[in-house]
Design a protein around this ligand. Structure first.
Ligand code: IMP
Length: 181
């Protein structure tokens, strides 16, 4: 157990819940901090996170998280535009775009930017399929339309503990925990 208070910089309570569930035994306290930091428009999530980490040292130890859904049949869309697409057309809009599409493979990516004694970036991926309709009420964002490979249920039909065991964010958090020891 680390005596530090770890700050999770996000306005997304769903993300915070997942961090808290998985990291609570490793930190004295985990706080959500809703602080605006610069998010550049870039081709990849890692670039966005690297840039954002530049200015945040004073709040260390901290985590920032940039994530996205990449759909193969849409050439990786919504990808780095995932937040905007969720705000505008949402899950229903994605289902409409995918209506005639039989090739439904996709992946979630999560990039954690961490500042502790040093700065680091950890990336996690989970592969799956876009469902034909929304299913489940747990989680957040695109969870109701994403069924991870090897499971019959969507992320929105799983508890946060179960999602954390197999998800992109869970994968990135495992790498963070290996690093902080
Ligand atoms: P951001 O990382 O906050 O920019 O998230 C991009 C968009 O993807 C937001 O609309 C989130 O709701 C969504 N998103 C991020 N992570 C997940 C996830 O684990 N499941 C479902 N949607 C997610």
């Amino acid at each position: 157990m680390n005596n530090d208070v770890l700050k999770v910089m996000t306005s997304n309570r769903g993300k915070y819940v997942e961090y808290k569930k998985k990291l609570k035994d490793h930190y004295h306290k985990i706080e959500m901090m809703n602080l605006d930091y610069p998010e550049i428009q870039a081709d990849g999530l890692e670039e966005v996170v690297r840039f954002a980490l530049e200015d945040l040292e004073e709040h260390s130890p901290l985590i920032i998280d940039d994530s996205g859904l990449f759909i193969d049949a849409l050439d990786g869309f919504p990808g780095v535009y995932s937040a905007y697409v969720m705000k505008t057309i949402g899950c229903e809009g994605i289902l409409t775009l995918m209506k005639e599409e039989n090739h439904r493979s996709s992946r979630f990516e999560c990039v954690i930017g961490y500042i502790g004694r040093e700065k680091n970036i950890f990336k996690g991926i989970s592969k799956g399929t876009i469902t034909r309709e929304k299913r489940g009420t747990e989680g957040f964002g695109y969870d109701p339309i994403f069924r991870p490979d090897g499971f019959e249920r969507t992320y929105a039909e799983m508890s946060s503990e179960e999602k954390n065991r197999i998800s992109h964010r869970g994968d990135a958090m495992e790498k963070l925990l290996d690093f902080v020891g």
